[in-house]
Design a protein around this ligand. Structure first.
Ligand code: CTP
Ligand code: CA
Length: 221
């Protein structure tokens, strides 16, 4: 539970969160996806609701239940997630944690693909970059992204912050122990649009969530 002074700090505010992986179908029985479990995004949604926000969670397929007080919209593909997000951008704070598939199979076979002799090449096409598209049209919303990186973590994260017109990015070195997919902890650095960097030691995802929301509240206009 949040500290007493934090419990109402988002009352009257609307918070939107994306979480989980997306699932990109190839044929009626197969899809492309990734190892995201949704834990970080769900922890943020849970904390936002506990801090009094009207909280919407647009979620790819995960094993987690909706946190109490949170409105969850279930989606499968990146395109569905894009549409669910774009349908309403009237939020004070938007935080995108989803591991959106960058590509989807160019054609979805209507029947199960049969194996052939030799190799099979898959043709992939780009999915929309949801965070980038929101960054293009945002006005007063505080927009926060995540960057899960394996090398040049802060450099890549800051480039994403600029390119996607974010107020803050949460940089995440997924090669560090206690920070990878499915972990209950994370090791993060916040980078804000003014260039300020704050590095944290390993924390539980609930504490990372509270730290992100506390920073987001401080950035509100
Ligand atoms: N993101 C998104 N839509 C996409 C891809 C990414 O909304 N199609 C968001 C993620 O939710 C995350 C941020 O953008 O908040 C960064 O995602 P990441 O995969 O690290 O960056 P990309 O821009 O996709 O670059 P790359 O995968 O090439 O490193
Ligand atoms: Ca990506």
């Amino acid at each position: 539970a949040p500290a007493a002074e934090e419990s109402g700090s988002l009352s009257g505010r609307r918070v939107l969160i994306t979480a989980g992986p997306t699932r990109e179908p190839l044929d009626p029985v197969r899809y492309l996806t990734n190892h995201s479990t949704g834990k970080m995004g769900y922890a943020i949604a849970s904390a936002a609701a506990a801090m009094g926000a009207e909280t919407k969670l647009v979620s790819g397929p995960v094993e987690l239940g909706a946190p109490s007080g949170v409105t969850r919209i279930d989606v499968e593909t990146a395109q569905e997630m894009f549409e669910a997000v774009m349908s309403d951008l009237n939020f004070d704070i938007i935080i995108m944690t989803a591991a959106v598939a960058d590509y989807r199979p160019k054609a979805v076979a209507s029947q199960k693909i049969k194996k052939v002799e030799g190799d099979l090449a898959l043709e992939l096409t780009r999915n929309p970059d949801i965070l980038y598209e929101v960054g293009k049209v945002k006005n007063k919303q505080i927009l926060i992204g995540f960057a899960a990186e394996t090398e040049k973590v802060l450099e890549h994260a800051e480039a994403k912050l600029r390119k996607k017109n974010l107020d803050m990015i949460v940089a995440n070195d997924v090669t560090v122990k206690g920070a990878g997919f499915g972990s209950d902890t994370n090791v993060v650095t916040f980078i804000t649009a003014d260039g300020e960097q704050t590095a944290y030691d390993q924390m539980g995802k609930a504490d990372v969530a509270k730290a992100i929301l506390k920073k987001a509240v401080s950035l509100l206009p």
